[in-house]
Design a protein around this ligand. Structure first.
Ligand SMILES: NC(=O)c1ccc[n+]([C@@H]2O[C@H](COP(=O)([O-])OP(=O)(O)OC[C@H]3O[C@@H](n4cnc5c(N)ncnc54)[C@H](OP(=O)(O)O)[C@@H]3O)[C@@H](O)[C@H]2O)c1
Length: 355
C-alpha cells in the first residue's frame, strides 16, 4: 500500500466532516419567520456577498428593499435577480458610494424625498485589507467606508428612522474588532506606517463603538442599534488579500477555503435575525457573534472612546454644520432608482416586524 494512502484518506475524511458540519457549527438560520410587509429596508453594499443574500431573504419576507451600491450595473443585475427569485417587485437599486460624502448626501436626500419610512437600515458594505487608498474626501479607505460613511449615512437618515419607530439599525462589525485599536491621533494613517490589517481592525472596532454610542444617544426614540459579527463567510471580502492574488490561491486554496466556511446565504442569517426577530424589539447597543449576544472586546466597551469617536467623526464628515439645516446637495440629475418608487404606500405599521 502506498505510504500516501493513509494521510490522503485522513485528510479527505477531515475535510469531508468539516464540510458536513460547518453549517451547524457556524451558526444556523434565523429562527424567526417574521414577515416584513409594509416595511422599508435599506441595505448598503447589497450587490454581492452577505448584503445580497440579506436583500434576497428580506425581499422574500415581503419587505420593500433598497439596495445602496456603488456600481449600478452590478446593483441593477442583483436587484433584477432578486425580483425574479422572490417575485417581490419592490426591490430597488440606488447609487451609493460610501467613499464619497457627496454620494452619501445625495443618496440620503433621495431617500428622504422618495421614501415615507425607513424601518431597517443595514450598514453592511465593507472593504477589507485594501492598499493605502484614500476616499474622495481624503480619509483612509477602510476607516472612511466602513465607519465614517455609515456614520454619516445613519445620521442623515435618523429623522426617517425616528418617524418610522420602532425601527432598527444594524452595523456589520467583525470579530476582527477584538484586535482593533483606535489611534485618535492618526485615524487616517497619515503619520504612521500603513498597516492594512490593523486599519481593517480599527474600522471594525469603530463600528462597535459607534453602535454603543448611537444606542445611548437614541434612548427613548424607538430606534435600536446593534452590531453583529456574521461569522466567517465565503464572499468577495478577501479580494485584496493574498488568497485572491496568485494562481495557486485562486485555483487551489480559495475553493478549499470556500468549502470550509459558510456560504453567503447562511452568512446573511445574523443580519436577518437582527432585522426581524420579535424578541429583539427594544434591544439596543448590543454586539452579536452570529446569532448570540456576546460582550465585545474591552476596548469596544470604553465609553470615553465611543464619545470621542462620535465627536471626531461628526467633525470629519461635517455633521455639526448640517444640524438644523436642510442639505442642498441633492440635484435634479441624481441617479434614479431602478424602478419607480411610487405606486406603493405601505401605510403605518404597528410594531417593527409583522409575524
Ligand atoms: N465575509 C466575512 O467572513 C465577514 C466576516 C466579518 C465581517 N464581515 C463584514 O460583512 C460585511 C459584508 O461583507 P461581505 O463578506 O459580504 O463582503 P463582499 O462580498 O466583499 O461585499 C462587500 C460589499 O460592500 C460594497 N462596497 C465596498 N466599498 C463600497 C463603497 N465605497 N460604497 C458602497 N459599497 C461598497 C461592495 O461593493 P462592490 O462589489 O462594488 O465592491 C460589496 O457590495 C462587511 O462589512 C464585512 O466587514 C464579513
Amino acid at each position: 500500500m502506498s505510504k500516501y494512502v493513509l494521510p490522503v484518506s485522513v485528510f479527505g475524511t477531515v475535510i469531508g466532516c468539516a464540510v458536513l458540519v460547518k453549517n451547524h457549527v457556524t451558526g444556523g438560520r434565523c429562527p424567526s419567520k417574521a414577515k416584513l410587509n409594509g416595511k422599508t429596508v435599506i441595505i448598503t453594499g447589497a450587490n454581492t456577498g452577505i448584503g445580497k443574500e440579506t436583500a434576497r431573504e428580506l425581499a422574500q419576507r415581503g419587505g420593500r428593499i433598497i439596495m445602496g451600491c456603488r456600481d449600478m450595473e452590478k446593483c441593477e443585475a442583483a436587484a433584477k435577480e432578486i425580483r425574479g427569485n422572490t417575485l417581490n417587485p419592490h426591490v430597488y437599486a440606488c447609487h451609493l458610494d460610501l467613499a464619497s460624502m457627496k454620494s452619501i448626501r445625495e443618496f440620503a436626500e433621495r431617500i428622504k424625498e422618495k421614501e415615507q419610512r425607513v424601518d431597517v437600515l443595514i450598514n453592511n458594505a465593507g472593504v477589507m485589507r485594501c492598499p493605502a487608498w484614500k476616499t474622495e474626501d481624503g480619509f483612509d479607505m477602510q476607516f472612511g467606508v466602513n465607519h465614517l460613511g455609515h456614520f454619516l449615512l445613519t445620521n442623515l437618515l435618523l429623522d426617517r428612522l425616528k418617524e418610522s419607530a420602532p425601527s432598527r439599525v444594524i452595523n456589520l462589525a467583525s470579530l476582527a474588532h477584538l484586535v482593533g485599536k483606535m489611534d485618535f491621533e492618526d485615524l487616517n494613517w497619515e503619520s504612521r506606517k500603513f498597516d492594512t490589517k490593523q486599519a481593517y481592525c480599527q474600522s471594525k472596532l469603530a463600528n462597535v463603538l459607534f453602535t454603543r454610542e448611537m444606542a445611548k444617544r437614541l434612548q427613548g426614540t424607538g430606534v435600536t442599534v446593534n452590531a453583529v459579527h456574521p461569522g466567517v463567510v465565503s464572499t468577495e471580502l478577501g479580494r485584496h488579500t493574498g488568497l485572491h492574488q496568485s494562481q495557486f490561491s485562486n485555483t487551489v486554496l480559495s475553493p478549499l477555503f470556500s468549502l470550509l466556511v459558510k456560504n453567503p446565504e447562511l452568512g446573511a442569517q445574523p443580519s436577518i435575525y437582527l432585522a426581524v426577530a420579535e424578541e429583539l424589539e427594544g434591544v439596543t447597543g448590543r454586539y452579536y457573534d452570529v446569532l448570540t449576544e456576546k460582550e465585545p472586546a474591552p476596548q469596544a466597551m470604553d465609553e470615553e472612546a465611543a464619545r470621542r469617536l462620535w465627536e471626531i467623526s461628526s467633525k470629519l464628515v461635517g455633521l455639526k454644520e448640517d444640524q438644523g439645516q436642510s442639505s442642498n446637495s441633492c440635484h435634479a440629475d441624481l441617479p434614479a432608482l431602478s424602478q419607480q418608487t411610487h405606486g406603493q404606500n405601505p401605510g403605518p405599521v404597528v410594531g417593527t416586524v409583522e409575524s
